[in-house]
Design a protein around this ligand. Structure first.
Ligand SMILES: Nc1ncnc2c1ncn2[C@@H]1O[C@H](COP(=O)(O)OP(=O)(O)OP(=O)(O)O)[C@@H](O)[C@H]1O
Ligand SMILES: Nc1ncnc2c1ncn2[C@@H]1O[C@H](COP(=O)(O)OP(=O)(O)OP(=O)(O)O)[C@@H](O)[C@H]1O
Ligand SMILES: [Mg+2]
Ligand SMILES: [Mg+2]
Lengths: 257, 257
């Protein structure tokens, strides 16, 4: 069956978009059919996969607000098996525009449920840096949440709030919601703080934390300026290899027993 | 007179909080009386200045929603001359809670105007990574906007949207609003992308960009785990020196001719 994963962390700049793009590409590379839903008004995932701003006339905003089907929003990317439902700046109005709609938290789930026939094996949802209605829509539509966690002090501070929010969504909107895993990002083994945060997180959250860590690697931040995932831009670099490894670990973990 | 500056960038993780804390500390170190308003539900600036979560029962949220005066919210920090109006997680509800209030964008300005007698020379407002009602309140209350810009591709992508939003707020809510400046953060001269982004920004925005650049410096990210600004934690490090230099440049630029 299809697996829907929301990539979430309200802390900004922790690697949500970089993880969504490169994990999506890695899953596509092993033959899975993947849809990346860009739910961030910044539209970074769309840019990183080469969708020009002028081609975002119909976007994930329309799926939430105008009941437009995914088949009209999803477009193929340069990566075989990888499709993207682009984000647009209009998404920043969703909290207010849907404030009176009783089903405001369920819009994305309804759109995804109506599109089962599109045969995606994986749906990854890139979220904005906030625990707002967009992120709640993603968590309500998802089977699980993937949390990129930067190995920095401020990033650690927000984790307990995020875990509380996941529990609240699970209790009120999506009882099946689980944590797919926590992936340490921008890990720099020469940096004490990085190592310390990594140890703290593993000590408290144990098995939830992937073995795979994503190292700080400049090639990951260069790739989007070429509108390519790092795996295409430089498949041999440490960043790309780490995301291939993460995809493997994710597939092994979620395999039905 | 008092100068109110909003530290804004909807891109996440670009150094807004680190800039607000350390620039605030540098201004306090040269004898200015400074108030840092933490408008981010994450409350990172409050944590970085040592305000425990249990001491945030009254926070900047109450200034916006419950008409509580700044004198009841602002508390001194370990740094002489530096006060903070702490943020709290309740801030994340402001967009929805004030949706029907006609003056929803003016709440912070009203609170600051009612507190002129507190004699602050500078007010710095740390904003969340979004162009939402919290950030609009900050821009409406401010004399100017300071934009920390990380030297990365995704960070550059959001700049034009941010400049448009500043123009919109200027046209509809705050005709005096100007751009205080753009400060390049996490600059790494060994990294081509960093240098390239820096050049591009200076080429298009010229004088708006500060001469001072904030280097990538691990001491800046270690300091918050000690609940201290970097200037107190390690005043001699490259990061601290850069923020002292930035404060000097900012004061020289905004001096009345
Ligand atoms: N492992 C890494 N090594 C080096 N740079 C990275 C790495 N991961 C991400 N980056 C860069 O760091 C910045 C932040 O990453 P990214 O934009 O993916 O985070 P985000 O959580 O999606 O941010 P936002 O909260 O704004 O949505 C980007 O410029 C990205 O290119
Ligand atoms: N010049 C620097 N060198 C090294 N690390 C830095 C620097 N500036 C900030 N950091 C670290 O990078 C991370 C992001 O910075 P910070 O939290 O200040 O950004 P922000 O824009 O406030 O993020 P958010 O969008 O989540 O509010 C933090 O962990 C911080 O400690
Ligand atoms: Mg992102
Ligand atoms: Mg911040």
């Amino acid at each position: 069956g299809r697996r829907v994963v929301a990539v979430v962390n309200q802390k900004g700049g922790v690697g949500k978009t970089t993880t969504a793009i490169n994990l999506g590409t890695a899953l596509a590379a092993v033959g899975r059919k993947v849809l990346l839903v860009d739910l961030d008004p910044q539209g970074n995932a769309s840019t990183g996969l080469g969708v020009a701003v002028r081609d975002r006339a119909v976007s994930s905003y329309d799926m939430l607000v105008n009941d437009v089907g995914i088949e009209r929003v999803a477009t193929p990317t340069k990566v075989p098996n990888l499709w993207v439902a682009a984000g647009s700046v209009e998404l920043s109005g969703v909290d207010i525009e849907l404030v009176d709609a009783p089903d405001r938290a369920l819009r994305l789930r309804k759109a995804l449920n109506a599109a089962e026939s599109l045969d995606f094996d994986h749906v990854l949802i890139d979220c904005p840096p906030a625990l707002n209605l967009l992120t709640v829509n993603a968590m309500t539509a998802a089977d699980a949440v993937l949390v990129p966690l930067q190995c920095e002090f401020f990033a650690l501070e927000g984790l307990s709030q995020l875990l509380k929010t996941i529990e609240r969504v699970k209790a009120s909107l999506n009882p099946h919601l689980t944590i797919e895993g926590i992936v340490l990002t921008m890990f720099d083994k020469r940096n004490n703080l990085s190592a310390q945060v990594g140890e703290d997180v593993r000590a408290t959250l144990g098995h939830l934390v992937y073995e795979t860590m994503i190292p700080r690697n400049v090639r990951l931040s260069e790739a989007p300026s070429h509108a390519l995932p790092a795996l295409v831009y430089d498949h041999a670099c440490a960043g790309s290899q780490a995301y291939l490894q993460l995809a493997g670990e994710m597939l092994r973990r979620s395999k039905p027993a």
